[in-house]
Each structure stands twice: as C-alpha cells, then as structure tokens.
Design a protein around this ligand. Structure first.
Ligand SMILES: Cc1ncc(COP(=O)(O)O)c(C=O)c1O
Length: 370
C-alpha cells in the first residue's frame, strides 16, 4: 500500500503521533500473557478506530475484535476483519436496516441484547431478510449502564430468546467499566472478582437451562489481567492498552507505555510563565482531565478554548526572565488524558516507524458514532 510519509519538520500541528514500536510492545505485553491459555483476547477497537491497528492485534493473536458501534463494525468489516462483536445494544429502524446489510456479507458479526424490546427489533429485522445472528446477553455486573441483571432476570430473557428464531444465543457479556480506573488495586481486584462471579454463575445457570454458552466476555485495560484468573471467563476485551493514556497511567503506572501523543506548536508567549499552544478542546478531550506535557513534568497544560491551550509553569522557579525556554514555533508533545475521545477528534495518525519518518494512517472510524 502506498502511503504518505512525512519528516518531523513536515508535520503540521496539532497532530496525532503514534510510536509504533511502543504500540507493538503494548500489544505484545498484553497478548503474551494470554497466549496458549484458556482465555482469549478480543480487543476493543473503540480506542484505535483503525483497521491497520486491528490487523496488528489479530496478527499478535487476538481471537476477534469488539467495536462499540455498528458504523465502526462497517469500517472494520470492509477492511477484512470478520469476527466482530458489537458491544452496544442496537435499536431503531435505520440501524437495524444497516445491520441486516452488514450481516448479509459478514455472518460473524455478533450483537448484544439486554431486553425483550431489543431482541424483538433484531428478530423482526433479521427474519424479514432470512438471516440469523449470533447474540450475547449483555449483563449489568455493576456498571449500571446497559445490561439485564445477572441470575434470574438473565435466565428469563434467555428463555424469551427461544421464541425469536433469528437470534442464536451464544454467550454473555458483562463489562465492569466502573472498576477500570479504580485507583486502589486491591479494591479493584476484589470488586472485579465479585462482578465476574455474577457473570460466570449466570453463564453456568444458562447452560444448565439448555443454552449453549460458549463466550463469557468481559474486561478492560484496568482489569484484563485480573479477569484472566477468574473462573469461567473465556475472553477479555481491553482497548486502551494499545496506546495508553494519562488517566490509565495514574492507575496502572508503567504496565503499558504511552504510545500516542498530540504534537502542538507554541503560537504565543504573552505572559511570563505561560505559553499558548495550538491544541485546545478540538484536539484533546477533557472528560478525564487535562493532557500532560510529555517532556516537561514541571509544566501544566490546560485548554483555553476550542483551538487554544495554555502551558503554565512557575516563572520564578525556572528563572524564566533570564532564560525563557519556549519561543513561538517550538513544538511539544502532550499525552492525552483519555485516548478514545481524543482519537475521535482527528482524521489522521502520524505513525513513527523508525523515529524519524511518519507514515500517515487514516483514523478510518473517526466520527463513526452511529
Ligand atoms: C463494553 C466495553 N468493553 C471493553 C472496553 C475497553 O475498555 P478500555 O479501553 O478501558 O480497555 C470498553 C470501553 O469503554 C467497553 O465499553
């Protein structure tokens, strides 16, 4: 595949930079811990939003992939990724029509249900097209987002699926998203084990009731290694570990490397102790706090509007008056606080292969939120 390559000097800003070697080390670090074991890795592509990175994950041994949205599944399927679990409930006629079109060409796309209403919508749309979809029950194991409750409510919903001939129940999903960023590692592990026991027990109860449950899927970057040791779990679905971000680094330390940065340029030095850069709210998300300057731990970044950001430091402590360190045109790297929402702001990755040249890779599923 021919691709654009830029030197560091040619990069315009703000720009997403990816250290490919660090990305591959992150992938290997996680995948190696699962290789040869009973628990598969089905990485969540809501983070990378790119088939290029999906292929690297599959080449490293991922068993399949997750996406959050149907439109992300469309992008991945068009690029040749087949075993795709859409982890969010699908509802509404436009979405169901798109699912039917996708399933006609890609029969390994799997969906989740947490209610009879969602199941009915799927069943009607698929029956009209003569299709059958593999389905997982989505359980609420404590996050309190979507999900049917474990135990009896899940059992009753599974029984209802028997009368929907276009849905084939093959598994359960229970994502403990509320625990991923729990800073207390002991509490995270204890609560994760409790949550996953509910998931595994429900899977067993469904099997005892005659359902063929072969997938029990769970886990994110903060819990994947815990999930691996929990009985009854068949796969994990972490996503952020590929690039890591500042929020996860505060919790997991150096388990994975920050492999993605936003390159920004100083565009103004209006006051001592502050530099204005060209990366604001449209370049870096703030739902998990602010980005961190990579090489300047004594500086703090904050957004200053949609297109501006401010780097601030103590001018007295750094002796700014005699030795100002930043001038207009200087470039700095910022580590995003939350990767997923930051990546979705950009059209292109600039992928550093040898530390000098940057290949331009599209963020193909950027803006794919449907
Ligand atoms: C259902 C589901 N599974 C897995 C993940 C992956 O989590 P992370 O990116 O924190 O590894 C997410 C992230 O939001 C998710 O929503």
């Amino acid at each position: 595949m021919s691709e654009r390559t830029l030197s560091h000097e040619q990069l315009d800003t703000p720009a997403l930079l990816v250290d490919l070697a660090a990305t591959d080390r992150n992938i290997e670090r996680l995948l190696a811990r699962f290789r040869g074991g009973p628990v598969a890795v089905r990485p969540h592509l809501k983070t990378v939003k790119s088939p290029r990175f999906a292929q690297r994950l599959l080449a490293a041994g991922a068993s399949g992939v997750c996406v959050a949205k149907l439109s992300e599944a469309e992008v991945m399927a068009a690029a040749g990724v087949e075993d795709i679990l859409i982890t969010t409930e699908l509802a509404g006629a436009p979405k169901l029509a798109r699912l039917v079109a996708l399933l006609r060409e890609h029969s390994q796309v799997k969906v989740v249900v947490d209610s009879a209403a969602v199941a009915d919508g799927l069943d009607r749309a698929l029956a009209g097209a003569g299709l059958i979809a593999e389905v997982l029950l989505d359980l609420d194991v404590g996050q309190h987002r979507c999900g049917v409750l474990p135990g009896r409510p899940a059992l009753e919903l599974a029984r209802e699926l028997r009368s929907r001939p276009s849905l084939r129940l093959i598994g359960v999903q229970g994502y403990e998203g509320h625990l991923q960023l729990c800073a207390d590692a002991t509490a995270r592990e204890r609560q994760c084990r409790d949550a996953l026991a509910m998931l595994a027990d429900t899977a067993q109860a469904l099997r005892a009731d005659g359902h063929e449950i072969r997938i029990v899927t769970t886990g994110g970057t903060g819990t994947a290694l815990i999930c691996k040791t929990c009985p009854g779990i068949t796969e994990v679905q972490p996503g952020s570990f590929v690039f890591m971000d500042a929020a996860y680094r505060r919790v997991l330390g150096n388990l994975y490397e920050p492999a993605l940065r936003v390159l920004t340029t100083v565009i103004s030095r209006p006051r001592p102790g502050e530099a204005v850069v060209d990366a604001g709210l449209k370049s870096l998300s703030t739902d998990s706090g602010f980005a961190e300057p990579k090489h300047h731990p004594d500086m703090a970044y904050r957004p200053a509007g949609d297109e501006h950001g401010i780097l601030a430091w103590d001018p007295l402590r750094r002796g700014e008056a005699s030795a100002p360190e930043l001038v207009v045109g200087d470039r700095l790297e910022l580590i995003p606080s939350h990767i997923d929402t930051t990546v979705n702001l950009h059209d292109e990755y600039h992928v550093s292969v040898d530390g000098r040249a940057y290949q331009v890779w599209p963020v193909s599923a950027r803006g794919k939120v449907q």
